[in-house]
Ligand binder design. Structure first.
Ligand SMILES: [Fe+2]
Ligand SMILES: [Fe+2]
Length: 398
């Protein structure tokens, strides 16, 4: 079914993609505009999904520019009060733009996402909401759809840095569909719901990978490893562009190969930050930029969102590690992450410290001393920024 939207060059499309599963695709045909992520040469789509078991889940929403047409179309598909759960793959506004509207329509809806995503959402929607935090291995059972007899049971995979720190993938054991939102996506707008014409989309698939996923190639490999532990995947339902079904193994192999090449035997610096803490993520990006100008590889690591196993691997394999100051009274999870970080450091690494400017930081010298007690060499004298960071400070970090 194709429904014309009120706004020119924005259209909507609803299609079945599996048992009890439909996609609501918002087609944004504009080819010349620049969006938040990068230039859209062939427009883009924002894909949401409805999965109906005994209970019903919506996966992601849409960019707010589709509000006027998306909400009425959703209401045609389902009474918003009968959507029990909203799974949030990550909280970037191109997919989360209408979550507030949805909460207004159904204040009882339970929002499922990573812990970090739920924290981000509090500041985004400014409304109270019910929530459930999930991580790798957690499950969500929607029960059996009475008509099809299919049992829809989600299993989640944490996929931090693909490309936001709060990203999760959701696998429906009932259909074999893996929902990955930005990962494996591409900015390509057409009426084709699936990847029927791989030649047409391959260049944009590659371009998107290079811009958004390549810089986090190690995290891509971690996510692929977790995907390998799932039963057979029938379809990757992406948040942008066509669903990957007919040439699925081809696309997954591309990710494996490109990420393997990018991270193979390369020395890299792990630049750590704390999402939503002080100026840590902006400063970490300036530092990462500076390191990559020196032709070295960088892996950004969010100390709040990265699970212990991945943190140990990312820190342990790095040639250099850059660490922000942390709060004097970290919560228990952050405390555990700091412990994991310190345990993963070894004497062959260079380590640097920067001031996160969070307002309640452990003094930078105390942090540096703790790291030095692990016998690590220091890469630069601790970076001190005395006032609120300004442009010149970011340059200094580079
Ligand atoms: Fe995104
Ligand atoms: Fe996106």
């Amino acid at each position: 079914m194709v429904v014309a939207a009120a706004v020119q060059r924005l259209t909507l499309q609803c299609e079945e993609i599996g048992d009890d599963t439909s996609t609501i695709r918002s087609l944004d045909w504009d080819r010349s505009r620049f969006d938040i992520e990068f230039g859209l040469r062939n427009g883009t789509t924002y894909n949401a999904f409805l999965v109906r078991g005994e209970r019903t889940a919506l996966i992601d929403t849409c960019h707010e520019k589709f509000r006027e047409s998306w909400i009425p179309l959703l209401k045609q598909q389902i009474d918003p009060m009968s959507i029990d759960l909203l799974i949030v793959s990550h909280t970037e506004p191109d997919h989360s733009g209408l979550i507030g509207d949805l909460i207004d329509l159904n204040p009882d809806i339970e929002i499922v996402g990573s812990k970090v995503a739920l924290q981000f959402l509090v500041d985004q929607v400014h409304r109270p909401f019910k929530s459930r935090a999930v991580k790798s291995g957690d499950e969500l059972d929607l029960g059996i759809n009475p008509e099809s007899g299919s049992h829809h049971r989600f299993e989640f995979i944490s996929a931090p840095n693909l490309h936001w720190p709060d990203t999760i993938f959701s696998f429906d054991h009932g259909t074999g569909i893996l929902y990955t939102c930005d990962a494996f996506g591409l900015h390509y707008c057409s009426d084709d719901v699936f990847d029927r014409d791989p030649g047409a989309i391959a260049p944009d698939f590659r371009f998107y990978y290079d811009c958004l996923m390549g810089p986090n190639a190690r995290s891509v490999l971690q996510a692929l490893k977790r995907m390998d532990g799932l039963p057979e995947i029938s379809t990757i339902a992406v948040g942008h562009g066509p669903m990957l079904r007919h040439h699925l193994s081809h696309w997954v192999n591309d990710y494996r190969e490109w990420s393997g090449q990018r991270s193979k035997g390369e020395n890299y610096a792990a630049v750590c930050y704390l999402s939503q803490y002080g100026f840590s993520d902006r400063i970490s990006q300036a530092i990462a930029h500076g390191i990559s100008k020196a032709d070295a590889q960088v892996q950004l690591v969010d100390l709040r969102a990265t699970d212990p196993q991945e943190l140990t691997a990312l820190i342990g394999d790095a040639k250099a590690v850059v660490v922000p100051t942390w709060p004097t009274t970290p919560d228990s999870e952050l405390q555990a992450s700091i412990g994991t970080l310190i345990a993963a450091l070894h004497s062959k690494q260079l380590v640097g410290v920067y001031d996160a400017f969070g307002g309640d930081d452990e003094p930078i010298d105390a942090v540096a001393d703790q790291l030095r007690s692990q016998g690590v060499k220091s890469a630069f004298t601790p970076l001190r920024i005395r006032q609120l960071p300004q442009g010149s400070d970011y340059q200094r970090c580079e």
